[in-house]
Design a protein. Sequence first.
Length: 367
Amino acid sequence: MSRFLDPRFAGFEAYTPGEQPRDRRYIKLNTNESPYPPGPAVLAAVDASALADLRLYSDPTQTALREALAGFLNGEFAGLALEKENIFVSNGSDDILNFAFLAFSGEGTTVLFPDISYGFYEVFAEFHGCSYRRIPLREDYTIDLADYRAVPGKKLIVFANPNAPTGIALSAGEIEALLQAEPDSLVLVDEAYVDFGAESAMGLLAKYDNLLVARTYSKSASLAGARLGYAAGSLAVIEDLEKIKYSTNPYNVNRMTQAAGLAVLREWGYYRENCVKIAETREKTAEALREMGCEVLPSKSNFLFVSCLPALGGEEAYLGLREKGILVRWWSRPEIRDRFRVTIGTPEEMESFLAALKALMGGKSDE
Ligand code: PMP
């Protein structure tokens, strides 16, 4: 810490992303990326002429991409009639979360999010000095939205659906009941992992102006490195986010990423197939883990949250797998330290993961 740092940030605990080590080649199952590459339209869109155009700023209105996203969503969800003005695009969905915590958590608003969820929610809540509460999950790791309704006053309610790192999803019906009961609170549904099998809340935008849905190209669209996220919401809510964007970084999505994001929508069938493949691999992996004696939460995402007790603790599994060249994610928080999260890779990668885990568990029971 330098002597110039604002004392407000002196004790601030920043988010720790999953490791991206360079020391050797790993089977990387720790940050929920897609194991499949971007499709041909993306590779063609980011060509030499796109690179030559980098001398020019990107379109700050992001018109082509926002129009295409509105059209895409209208095609996916019956009853939606979104315009480009209902869409906000950003440099990864972390940016959307950041802006939403900043914009919608003013005096008199309590921010609520699940106690066990994406770690960045608390970081943003602290960073922006929000008044916030972490709402415990049920014993079975599910979210009970009645707990959020029970907190009085005006709220910004944020949750991931499916939740991370549990992978467990809420139904659109449960989310609709919350939207109906809380017309004066904004509900931000983080759908980073929705394409792997959960029900989307997107269709509810036709009826509710207190809903903001955030999505990312990082997982299902194989573009984690491009940094592209988007949100859909009412005209007024999106206008608020635009105001923040224009007050911080109007060119927040670079030219190549805008082009890549457009190209993905043109070949969405390819990504949808990848999601189906990943969901199939997930189910097979979960079954194999259960056969090995591990406990696996029911996931609708591209990862599994696993406990191999009593054979193997969470940290032991994480370190043992790392030693064998396989990266998974582990958190030291007491409530979840017995578990680890494994991203679903290709079938071959999951075979290697299962073999390595089996060896670790076998090694333990022989001791
Ligand atoms: N929400 C959740 C629940 C996530 O797990 C992630 C990925 N770390 C994000 C949002 C952010 O994704 P990105 O910034 O890559 O769009």
